[in-house]
Design a protein around this ligand. Structure first.
Ligand code: GLN
Length: 501
């Protein structure tokens, strides 16, 4: 099989070939490492490539298969790109920040452990906005990632590296984290699939915290089924994360397979009145309209529902997130991890100088906003009020899910924008997450599925489901994907232009 054919397989297809020993795991790893070497100079999806450990891991999978052992998981031997926010004992973990440059964690995150135990080949660590704050990956301290659909445009963020790696065929699987949209928005911008699981569904142990009450790791892939397969590997209870849900992972693989049969009759799909209208690009709205027609053709009943408090989601998020950030990032004190400034007459001065040199402007902005929001005299007016809005948004979801099985909206208000366009305009940047933030605030599940092109650039349909309602979400996502693929004569991602150096 040629190298380009091999990188174009879905994870499920590649796994099958590896497990039947038609292709070795080492060959799969090496082909993707070669692809990274060929295109990542342009895309810059990776901050670190761990060729040696990737090949060693693949060799272990091949040896086990040769010995007749059953594959460690349905994805054993499949390569993956890991967002540089999960700790890895054999690779650096920088979170896209200078303050962690060169830091090697002493332990693996639970998610990393689970990937390894499943026999998945970790190719390397992907670029991201510093500490996961941003929507374009331009806030990385290590340079921008380019969108394979148009390399003058951003891939979204904060997990732009993971999404771009998928779209550039550098890896068939990736991991992201989603605090306000960082898995779903890059998925929409790159024509890939991204899932934010229910809060507590995937362990946060070893995930460097951005905003702990919102952060959630999740799967990124080129198909809904691949995302489901990865979801089952990484999900499930972890006693080391106190917010981890002590319940089985929803049966998302079966749901994705069921959905692919293409029948949604009997399901009610809620169309959120407050999302997808004013403020959304005309091309995004047109793609959304077409998506709604596809869902109808699949037999789903569309019901308009109102979530009146969603419009306050952004305001609440930009108080709650910075508040948590200001507290979480206090641990970067020049003593324990990474960078330590040379200058300073006292420990306090060294600390201040290190933080001044080590953090980028967006991180500093949020630390200041959060410190202010939590300060005495302002706490109730800002942080306290935002928490009340959060409760109202959760109630909007509860009311909506009492009427419908899932909710839908466009994933993002726009298609991918040119590099540089919004980087100096924080408010314009924040608006990217208008439609994705409510699910994080409420802790419910959400996913983005490719929904066609607008002026040659990808758009995404967001499907949202109640907490632990991932099965129905994947079912709808897979049915929608199958319908679009049939209408368009193949998956959207197959139309991504070849990246040139
Ligand atoms: N873009 C949002 C932010 O900047 C979301 C980030 C995320 O989900 N990590 O906060």
């Amino acid at each position: 099989m040629s190298a380009s054919d091999l990188t174009r397989l879905t994870a499920a297809e590649l796994a099958e070939k590896i497990h039947s020993r038609e292709v070795s795991a080492v060959e799969a790893a090496q082909t993707h490492l070669d692809r990274i070497a060929a295109v990542d100079g342009t895309v810059h999806a990776f901050l670190h490539v761990g060729a040696e450990s990737a090949l060693a891991s693949a060799e272990r999978v091949d040896a086990a298969l040769a010995a007749g052992t059953k594959p460690a998981s349905p994805l054993a031997g499949v390569p993956l790109a890991l967002k540089d926010v999960f700790t890895t004992s054999d690779m650096p973990t920088t979170c896209g920040s200078k303050i962690l440059e060169g830091w090697r964690p002493p332990y693996d995150a639970t998610l990393t452990e689970r990937l390894r135990a499943a026999g998945i080949t970790i190719l390397g660590k992907t670029n991201m906005d510093e500490f996961a704050m941003g929507s374009s990956t331009e806030h990385s301290a290590y340079g921008v990632t380019r969108n394979p659909w148009d390399t003058s445009r951003v891939p979204g963020g904060s997990g732009g590296g993971s999404a771009a790696a998928l779209a550039a065929y550098e890896a068939p699987l990736a991991i992201g984290t989603d605090t306000g949209g960082s898995i779903r928005q890059p998925a929409a911008f790159t024509g890939t699939v991204g899932v934010k699981p229910t809060y507590g569904g995937v362990s946060r142990y070893g995930l460097v915290a951005c905003a702990s009450s919102l952060d959630q790791g999740g799967p990124c892939a080129r198909t809904v089924l691949d995302a489901a397969l990865l979801h089952e590997v990484i999900g499930g209870h972890d006693p080391r994360d106190s917010t981890s849900i002590d319940q089985p992972v929803p049966d998302v693989v079966a749901a994705a397979r069921q959905g692919a049969n293409g029948d949604l009759s009997g399901l009610k799909v809620g169309v959120v009145r407050e999302l997808g209208g004013e403020g959304y690009q005309p091309g995004v709205r047109a793609a959304y309209e077409a998506s709604l027609r596809s869902l109808e053709k699949l037999g789903a009943e569309l019901v308009e529902v109102s979530c009146p408090h969603f419009e306050y989601g952004m305001a609440a998020y930009y108080l709650i997130l910075p508040s948590e950030v200001s507290s979480n990032l206090a641990r970067f004190d020049a003593m324990r991890y990474g960078l330590r400034a040379a200058e300073g007459k006292s420990a306090e001065e060294v600390m201040a100088n290190t933080r001044e040199q080590g953090f980028g402007p967006e991180v500093k902005r949020r630390i200041m906003l959060g410190t202010y929001a939590l300060s005495s005299g302002y706490y109730d007016a800002y942080y306290g009020q935002a928490q009340k809005v959060r409760t109202l948004i959760s109630r909007d979801f509860a009311a909506a899910f009492s009427q419908v099985d899932v909710l839908v909206s466009p994933t993002t208000p726009t298609t991918p924008f040119p590099i540089g366009e919004k980087v100096d305009d924080p408010l314009a940047m924040y608006l990217n997450d208008l439609a994705t933030i409510p699910t994080n605030l409420a802790g419910v599940a959400g996913m983005s599925v490719p929904s066609g092109l607008s002026d040659g650039l990808p758009t995404g349909l967001q499907v949202m489901a109640p907490a632990l309602g991932e099965a129905v979400m994947y079912r709808v996502g897979a049915a929608f994907e199958a319908a679009r693929d049939a209408d368009e004569g193949g998956p959207l991602i197959a139309r991504v232009p070849e990246v040139t150096a």
